[in-house]
Ligand binder design. Structure first.
Ligand code: TYD
Length: 141
């Protein structure tokens, strides 16, 4: 993948099937997900005033869905930044590698589900923003 940019951080509608019994959203298939899923994790019990994230990944691809509640995802590709509200269990945010992301303004009931293409590996994290900016600019660190 060439250097990802904010335009790659797309919000995608999921197929949602609803009837009088309630709603059912489906996250299925590589065409929709974009990668083989090797890990699923979720954030819950978050605190509104406490932000999380503040990192990018060297290679990890992720898909994030606020299956309950809401939070604001700040996205930064090293050139510009934007914020996207995740507040719809029927929408998934594509989070490519080399996107600095921060999660802010969690609602009390937020459950943020994340699908990822690799198991957890701390070596894949870039937790220093200055280092991220240098890498995003193509500089060696
Ligand atoms: P971290 O990625 O720092 O959380 P956030 O980006 O939401 O602020 O992870 C918090 C802790 O959980 C840290 O000790 C690493 C651990 N962790 C795992 O063991 N496996 C995982 O899949 C994830 C995402 C985190």
């Amino acid at each position: 993948m060439s250097q990802p940019s904010l335009s790659d951080c797309t919000l995608q509608r999921l197929p949602v099937y609803g009837d009088e019994r309630g709603q059912l959203a489906v996250i299925e298939g590589e065409a929709l997900i974009g990668f083989p899923v090797r890990r699923v994790y979720y954030l819950f019990g978050t605190v509104g005033a406490v932000s999380r994230g503040f990192h990018a990944h060297h290679r990890l691809q992720q898909l994030a869905i606020a299956v309950r509640g809401s939070c604001r995802m700040l996205l930064d590709d090293g050139r510009e930044r934007t914020s996207i509200w995740l507040d719809d269990p029927g929408s998934a945010l594509r989070l490519p590698p080399m996107i600095w992301h921060e999660m802010h303004d969690f609602s009390d009931d937020c459950v943020l589900l994340v699908l990822a293409d690799y198991e957890y590996d701390e070596r894949d994290y870039i937790r220093d923003y200055a280092e991220f900016r240098r890498l995003a600019a193509g500089e060696s660190v």
